[in-house]
Design a protein around this ligand. Structure first.
Ligand SMILES: Cc1cc2nc3c(=O)[nH]c(=O)nc-3n(C[C@H](O)[C@H](O)[C@H](O)COP(=O)(O)O)c2cc1C
Length: 213
C-alpha cells in the first residue's frame, strides 16, 4: 500500500485540521469523498442522507455569521471556564482553542463545504437519526485525510439551527448534522491523542478494568 494510505495510519492521524489554504480543491477529490460517504451504513438502509456541496462564498458567509455568534456567545465563555479533556495538556487545549478561533474567523474561506443532512420529511429527528449520518461523516473525514486534504467535523452552527439552516437554504423537512469545511491544510497531520484505553474501557462489569491478554 502506498505511504499514507494504510487504514490504521489514516485513522491515527485524522485530526481536526482547522487552518486551511483557500486554494481550490479538485472536483475529483470531492467526488471521492462523497462516494465514501455513501458507502457508510445507515439505519434500515433507507439512505435519507443528502449532501450539500457549497462553494458559494456568499452562502458560506451567511452561515459563518451564526457560527461566529455561537463562539462569541456560548462556546468561548464555556471554554474559558473548563479544564483540558483527557489526553490533552493545558497548552494543547489552549492551542486547540486558538485553532477553533482561527477556523471561526475563516470558516467561509475554506474552498469547499460539505453539509451532511437528512431528509426527515414529517418524521421528527431523534438519536438514531444521527447514527445514520455520522458514519458517513467519518468516512468523509478519513477519505479527505487519505487524499491529503484537511477537514473538521463541525456542528456549532446548530446552536442557531433555524437561522443557519435558512442561510444554507435547506427546504422544510431537511436538517443538517454537520458542516465539513475542506481544503488543503496549512500544517501537517499529527497523531491523534485521546488518552488511554484504561480510561474508557471496562470489562464485564461497569468500572472494572478491561484486561486485554
Ligand atoms: C460532534 C462533534 C462536533 C464538533 N463540532 C466542532 C465545531 O463546531 N467546531 C470545531 O472547530 N470543531 C468541532 N469538532 C471537532 C472537535 O472539537 C475535535 O475533534 C477535537 O477538538 C479534537 O481535535 P483533534 O481531532 O484534532 O484531536 C466537533 C467534533 C465532533 C465529534
Amino acid at each position: 500500500m502506498p505511504e499514507g494510505t494504510d487504514l490504521f495510519d489514516i485513522i491515527g492521524t485524522t485530526r481536526a485540521m482547522r487552518r486551511l489554504k483557500p486554494d481550490p480543491v479538485p472536483d475529483a477529490m470531492i467526488q471521492r469523498i462523497l462516494e465514501s460517504a455513501i458507502c457508510a451504513p445507515n439505519g434500515g438502509n433507507t439512505q435519507r442522507w443528502r449532501f450539500l456541496v457549497i462553494k458559494d462564498t456568499a452562502i458560506k458567509k451567511g452561515v459563518q455569521a451564526w457560527y461566529k455568534k455561537a463562539l462569541d456567545e456560548v462556546v468561548g465563555p464555556r471554554y474559558a471556564s473548563s479544564a483540558p479533556p483527557p489526553g490533552a495538556t493545558k497548552e494543547g487545549y489552549h492551542r486547540q482553542h486558538s485553532a477553533v478561533e482561527y477556523l471561526t474567523e475563516h470558516f467561509h474561506e475554506a474552498p469547499v463545504w460539505i453539509v451532511a443532512c437528512i431528509e426527515h420529511g414529517k418524521d421528527k429527528p431523534n438519536r438514531s437519526s444521527g447514527a445514520s449520518i455520522y458514519p458517513a461523516v467519518q468516512n468523509m473525514l478519513l477519505t479527505a485525510r487519505a487524499l491529503g486534504l484537511g477537514a473538521t467535523l463541525t456542528t456549532r452552527h446548530l446552536l442557531y439551527e433555524k437561522e443557519a439552516e435558512k442561510a444554507l437554504g435547506l427546504p422544510p423537512g431537511v436538517h443538517s448534522y454537520a458542516i465539513l469545511p475542506i481544503g488543503y491544510p496549512m500544517g501537517k497531520f499529527g497523531p491523534v491523542g485521546r488518552g488511554t484505553l484504561e480510561q474508557f474501557v471496562y470489562q464485564d462489569r461497569w468500572g472494572q478494568p478491561y484486561a486485554a491478554k
